[in-house]
Design a protein around this ligand. Sequence first.
Ligand SMILES: [Zn+2]
Length: 307
Amino acid sequence: MSEEAVTTDPVVHVEGVQEPARDLVVIPDRRVQLVPNIGVIGGHDAVLVVETGLGPGNAEKVLEFAADYAKGRRIYLTTTHFHPEHAFGAQVFAGEATFLLNRDQAEDLKVKGPGYLEMFKGLGKPVERRLQGVEPARPDVVYDRAYDLDLGGRVVQLRATGRAHTRGDQVVRVPDADVLFAGDLVEAGQFAIFPWFPPYDTDVSGTRWIAVMERLAAQAPRIVVPGHGEVGGAGLLADVRDYLRLLRDETWVRRDSAVDERTIVEEISALMIERHPEWVGREWIEKGVGCLCSEHAEHAEHPEHAE
Ligand SMILES: [Zn+2]
């Protein structure tokens, strides 16, 4: 997601599918903006699709791929968070799949979905076309914090992480293969996406995101599927954790010395780009600083509630 115009068509291509573990495939994002990594996880009796792609046309292709892959097995759908390229195709799965969501994400989808639909339509013609005909989708099953989904001989763990990239983030863990689908909590080769759009959306929390990454990195899964970018290992989790910690520390130390936000953004952008010259999405550094500046104010008022 970016505020700048998106000129490429965010189309999901179901070719070049990767199989990082047995009966578990990833339709890769091919590094196209507003295309997420999409997963299909199989068991004896059922398959779980993770993410829909942006809009009904993409979701139809994902469903067709999943139905073909399922070979008669039952189909479930979940999404890691409500953002349009991850979840705004779910309507296509109605009647074909059972749609599961954590409660906070279901709430995000219902409350913030319409505003995000309008905002994304403003990102350019290709995105607007993809969003034609999007209707609000309702989950069939809503859980609170944890849901174990038995696919037959394989139990998949759906876990709400608590507020971080969004209020309703969810990760999907496949314990037998040691795979974690992290959604936009983790991007590979890209600066962390802070959807910090005051006053419209201020749900993202840098400090809570750090706490979530510390927990996930400590579990050190063998394979990590990021929201965007190449599938990797536990190093992807450590990279995001370390980046967010540095972003917080560098922001707060300047805030403590009453440096103005504009100067902080300039200094930290330069520092982070020097550290990660190959990472894309540099515009998100500024959003991250903005978010952490606001959290510094909270921290200064209520230091006992830090992290
Ligand atoms: Zn997102």
